[in-house]
Design a protein around this ligand. Structure first.
Ligand code: SAH
Ligand code: SF4
Length: 375
């Protein structure tokens, strides 16, 4: 059973004021200077705003009580702090939450919170739709609409925190303790905005989620992999899903451009890879397609020399999907081979399937409607 939660916050679509979410401190300072804030106080004001927006979660300038009324009014004339329009909020029977957020016509994305006992991961989208067409992925059946801006990525985190009331930014006991870039889209085809958003999220004086608690998942955009480690220092997950090029070409068509050998080479040279920070290899379990013991043994062979862990993902079905999920026995046998070779290989428990929030089920309704209208 799923429940709808009533959280919509509708933002004036035609707000002509500048959106402050997603700007760096320097950009906020420059925006303040542009509206006539005196040069001597620009830095101080930018820091104040940063604290209110990202540490306290202020949604309006009126809340910023240590700023004088006149300045607050001025800020409100020129800027806004909206989170986007929340079209829908759903709660699964397993407490997974999904928010459908819109950033314009046909620009819906989905954000999912997967709560555990004492922590939780927020699964954030990086694009509306995806340019890639992985055959088992629902998002891949949706046309790419646009790259999300840094503000649109950060707004997903802000809204999730608003909804669960996690302000001011707590140091411990967070329900949103981790961020995974595993929502809609390929984050490495929107690197600059993703990087900018992550720097905001990691900033110690704001949301302050550490790089050790952030994981970026890619289907294998080889040339961009190194800087995930070098520039951002966040964890890397690779959507591998097949151990032979002929099959991976079919499942993850990007493999035709960047085959398995090149992908694993990039992983071998991944800057922050160490036993403390292993690379996660995601492997979706597709019945009679990629789930044999021989596949498991080949996976172990391929991963040799890479500090790795394997995440086995039972395939999550969606309407019209051309695959079925492997049997429990096949998944267990696969996991055992990988485990016995010394790699941790947890089977990911599907979460939020009843609200179509599980891995690979995300696809936004507005575009679906448009696609059917076209048909
Ligand atoms: N585009 C990036 C980020 C999305 S992550 C990437 O592909 O890595 C979403 C994860 O869920 C990926 O590992 C993806 O391969 C996996 N996935 C996609 N469709 C799925 C499905 N139907 N069932 C289970 N996992 C799926
Ligand atoms: Fe895009 Fe990732 Fe889905 Fe592939 S699995 S279509 S890269 S979102």
């Amino acid at each position: 059973m799923s429940l709808a939660v009533d959280t919509p916050e509708v933002v004036p679509a035609l707000d002509i004021r500048r959106w402050l979410i997603g700007l760096t401190r320097e950009e906020i300072a420059a925006a303040l200077a542009e509206i006539g804030v005196p040069a001597r106080s620009v830095r101080m004001r930018a820091n104040q705003l940063w604290h209110w927006i990202y540490y306290r979660g202020a949604r309006s300038f009126a809340d910023m009580t240590n700023i004088s009324k006149g300045v607050r009014a001025d800020l409100d004339t020129h800027f806004h702090l909206a989170r986007g329009t929340v079209v829908e909020g759903l709660v699964s029977s397993d407490r997974t939450r999904k928010w459908v957020m819109s950033f314009g016509p046909n620009q819906d994305i989905e954000t999912v919170l997967i709560p555990e006992e004492d922590r939780g991961a927020l699964c954030v989208s990086s694009q509306v739709g995806c340019t890639l067409n992985c055959r088992f992925c629902h998002t891949g059946t949706q046309p790419w609409v646009k790259n999300l801006s840094a503000g649109e990525i950060v707004a997903q985190v802000l809204h999730a925190r608003d909804d669960i009331g996690e302000w001011p930014s707590p140091k411990e006991g967070r329900l949103i303790s981790n961020i995974v870039l595993m929502g809609m889209g390929e984050p490495l085809y929107n690197y600059d905005n993703v990087a900018k958003a992550l720097r905001i999220v990691m900033d110690q004086e704001g949301i302050a989620i550490s790089k050790r608690r952030i994981t970026l998942s890619t289907s294998g955009v080889v040339p961009e992999i190194a800087r995930v480690g070098e520039d951002l220092g966040v964890g890397l997950a690779i959507s591998l899903h097949a151990v032979r090029d002929d099959l991976r070409d079919e499942l993850v068509p990007l493999n035709r451009k960047y085959p398995i050998k090149d992908l694993l080479n990039a992983c071998r040279h991944f800057p922050s890879s160490s036993n403390a920070r292993r690379i996660t290899f995601e492997y979706v379990m597709l019945k009679d397609v990629n789930d044999s013991p021989a596949d498991a043994r080949e996976l172990v062979r391929l991963l040799q020399g890479i500090p790795a862990k394997v995440n086995l993902i039972p395939f999550n079905a969606w309407p019209g999907a051309p695959y079925e999920c492997s049997t429990n026995a096949a998944i267990a046998a696969f996991a055992e081979i990988v485990n016995n070779a010394g790699y941790s290989s947890p089977v990911r428990t599907p979460r939020g399937r009843d609200i179509m929030a599980a891995c690979g089920q995300l696809k936004s309704a507005s575009v679906k409607q448009r696609a059917s209208a076209v048909r």
